[in-house]
Design a protein around this ligand. Structure first.
Ligand SMILES: Cc1cc2nc3c(=O)[nH]c(=O)nc-3n(C[C@H](O)[C@H](O)[C@H](O)COP(=O)(O)O)c2cc1C
Length: 365
């Protein structure tokens, strides 16, 4: 099992949903980067989502720094942050024992690690591991703000609910200032709540589509062949539990249109090279092209639903019925925006540091 992401600034996640704590070790950061705990707390609160449509598990999510921070700044040595699990209830997992919960990681974990895996609440494969991801993202966010790069995510659709009102199409003039409104991009409306309640009342859950935008990235970021900007963003994004698809720019929509309309033509303005449109989502040849980077994600419906489902007893292979109990998010998507923003931030921080060297973050370009 390898649990590290990145090449230059690396992130290793540790912990289990029902263990004593979850956390992250971030290595490769420059020294002297401010660690903005107020910003971190804000991002952690965003991840909690709206209590009306989130899990009943209530975690304080206080971030404790074990190493790598001194006088509010990074020291340059590995930064270890830890978030204690305070509101754990094992009972539902004792009741279901070794029954595999459908569309959870239970069966693959058992196939690979046998009875050694801690599957309570999904163990290491749980959405709980996104708490340290968000905390780490806040460190990256501060680093990126210093060089004029910002990211935000919003919900584009939920179940069959779609509409321009949830949309923030990044046009070529979308500035970093416009993106400095994560609350606008990440709040969800009354209509979304109603849809979640309606599904929940029927014992169902909902998925949807998110859109993430990264602004201010200079052209030429991303390694040209394997560790491309698309490849690395997809790599990090698929680490987020419940993400089943990613598309850049106009994505699958490009396939039933024709070039040249799908091409982003170039022009020059005050000596700067720009693009008239952004069908490619700000990426050409695996590298940023100076346009905002735009990607959408497919988020699946929460697999835990309180209805009887067919399954198998992992240890005996016996077919059984399971009724998944416990505390769950009726629609994971309502909490996923700050997580997707965090992985986008970590990815571009890593690629920027790969291109310019780690210390450029704390210096003027
Ligand atoms: C913030 C967050 C919270 C989640 N909460 C739940 C939950 O309460 N119940 C659940 O069944 N799945 C939840 N998930 C999704 C599961 O963790 C995920 O579907 C499962 O581990 C299987 O992984 P996969 O969907 O990536 O294949 C959550 C995911 C995230 C990102």
């Amino acid at each position: 099992m390898r649990n590290t992401f990145g090449n230059t600034v690396t992130v290793t996640l540790f912990g289990e949903s029902h263990g004593s704590a979850v956390g992250a070790v971030i290595d490769g950061l420059p020294a002297g980067l401010p660690v903005d705990t107020a910003l971190m707390e804000k991002r952690m609160m965003l991840r909690h989502g709206d209590p009306a449509v989130s899990t009943a598990r209530r975690e304080p999510d206080t971030v404790l720094f074990e190493s790598g921070v001194f006088r509010g700044h990074t020291t340059g040595s590995p930064l270890c942050l830890r978030i204690e699990n305070r509101d754990v209830n094992d009972t539902p997992y004792e009741e279901t024992g070794t029954l595999a919960r459908p569309s959870h990681a239970d069966y693959p974990l058992y196939a690979r690690y046998g009875e050694w895996a801690d599957r309570r609440g999904g163990g290491h494969a749980s959405g709980r591991l996104t708490a340290p991801l968000v905390a780490t993202g806040a460190i990256a966010e501060t680093a990126l703000a210093g060089v004029g790069v910002a990211a935000a995510t919003q919900i584009l659709s939920l179940g069959n609910l779609t509409g321009r009102r949830f949309s923030l199409r990044p046009e070529k003039d979308l500035s970093v200032r416009a993106l400095a409104l994560p609350t606008l991009a990440e709040t969800f409306s009354h209509q979304i709540k109603e849809a979640v309640f309606a599904a929940k009342a029927e014992g169902k859950s909902l998925g949807g589509v998110t859109e993430t935008v990264i602004c201010g990235l200079p052209a030429g970021v991303g390694e040209p062949f394997f560790d491309t900007l698309e490849g690395m963003l997809a790599h990090a994004t698929f680490a987020v539990p419940a993400v089943k698809g990613i598309a850049f720019g106009d994505g699958f929509d490009l396939t039933h249109r024709t070039a040249p309309e799908t091409n982003d033509t170039l022009y020059s303005e005050n000596g700067e090279i720009r693009h008239a449109t952004n069908h490619m989502g700000g990426i050409d040849g695996g590298m940023s092209n100076g346009n905002p980077v735009v990607f959408t994600c497919a988020v699946k419906p929460t697999p835990s639903v309180p209805v009887a489902q067919k399954t198998v007893e992992l240890t005996t292979g016996e077919e059984k019925e399971i009724n998944v109990t416990g505390r769950h998010d009726p629609a994971v998507i309502t909490r996923i925006s700050p997580v997707l923003t965090a992985v986008a931030e970590l990815t571009v921080l890593d690629l920027l540091c790969t291109r310019f060297g780690t210390d450029f973050i704390t210096k003027d370009l």
